[in-house]
Ligand binder design. Structure first.
Ligand SMILES: [Fe+2]
Ligand SMILES: [Fe+2]
Length: 297
């Protein structure tokens, strides 16, 4: 059932339509502006929820290890002493900034809920983070589990998503949404430089078997970021009154992010792997070529 809104904003105040795959689907377009508004408000809420979950539950788990090593089990200690000091110093700033991003996402989420009349369930676990946590849980060696977490965070900190690029400059969006994205993008540009350099330094001190292990996961991490939050979108479609079959077909239509768009968003992450020397290993390079993320040489 649709919520009754007191002062409904146009849908384009919440999110640009071309960044919301569900909003452009003919089955949704047919339902008109009230549903279009809800779809785009929900997309914004999903994005804000993902941001607060990623920052607190994933990125800061790695940053915490830089401040108080535990599960990293000697990984940082293999780095030169001056690098260890630099990493520890930066880690405190990054920890605070990521917590601020989560706080700002949390506050904005509350404002959008109040304004749009759409409620968000904060217990929801974004698909990408579920996939990561399942992969880590399947790893028996805790140091390798940490390497997975570290690799995923290096990818997430160097992806330049269309969302983060576009939101600050779209004049139709709510000013609070634009400001949130602009502030976040500014900090993330610095984090990307830090994590790119750290990834290269860590790659140098990994042994061959660790490089092979982590290297095999990198394409999978990039692909995780192309995943839709299918369960969340299916529950949303239930609210709009679609039958189970219509709902499942629609979710299937949305698919995953194309390898072309993923390659574009991952350009900086791919450069990080290149600079670290990941592609010097022909079989790791072949994984990226097979995934359409690198051209065959
Ligand atoms: Fe952040
Ligand atoms: Fe960050």
């Amino acid at each position: 059932m649709l919520a009754v809104l007191e002062a409904p904003l146009p849908a384009n105040r919440y999110f640009p339509v071309d960044l919301v795959p569900l909003a452009s689907h003919p089955a949704i377009l047919r339902l008109g502006e009230p549903v279009q508004r809800q779809v785009r408000a929900r997309h914004l809420l999903r994005y804000l929820h993902f941001t607060r979950a990623l920052e607190i539950g994933t990125v800061n788990r790695v940053v915490e290890e830089m401040c108080f090593p535990n599960r990293s089990m000697g990984l940082w200690e293999r780095l030169p002493a001056e690098t260890q000091q630099h990493v520890a110093n930066e880690a405190y700033s990054i920890y605070r900034e990521e917590a601020e991003h989560a706080l700002e996402a949390h506050k904005l989420l509350g404002d959008i809920e109040a304004q749009s009349g759409v409620r968000w369930d904060r217990r929801e676990r974004p698909t990408r983070l579920n996939l990561l946590n399942q992969r880590i849980a399947a790893e028996v060696d805790p140091q390798r589990g940490f390497l997975l977490l570290f690799g995923f965070v290096c990818v997430s900190e160097t992806l330049v998503t269309q969302t983060l690029c576009r939101l600050p400059t779209d004049p139709k969006l709510l000013p609070s949404v634009r400001k949130f994205a602009a502030d976040h993008a500014r900090d993330e540009a610095r984090h990307a430089r830090f994590f790119s350099a750290l990834f290269a330094q860590v790659w140098q001190v990994l042994n061959d078997s660790e490089r092979e292990f982590l290297g095999r996961e990198l394409v999978g991490f990039l692909r995780m970021f192309g995943q839709l939050d299918s369960e969340s979108i299916a529950a949303e479609l239930d609210e709009y009154g679609f039958s189970r079959t219509e709902r499942d077909t629609l979710v299937q239509d949305l698919g995953v992010v194309s390898s072309g768009r993923l390659r574009q968003e991952a350009a900086r992450a791919l450069r990080m792997f290149q600079e670290a020397g990941v592609f010097l290993n022909p079989s790791l390079r072949a994984d990226f070529v097979a995934a359409g993320l690198l051209d065959p040489s």
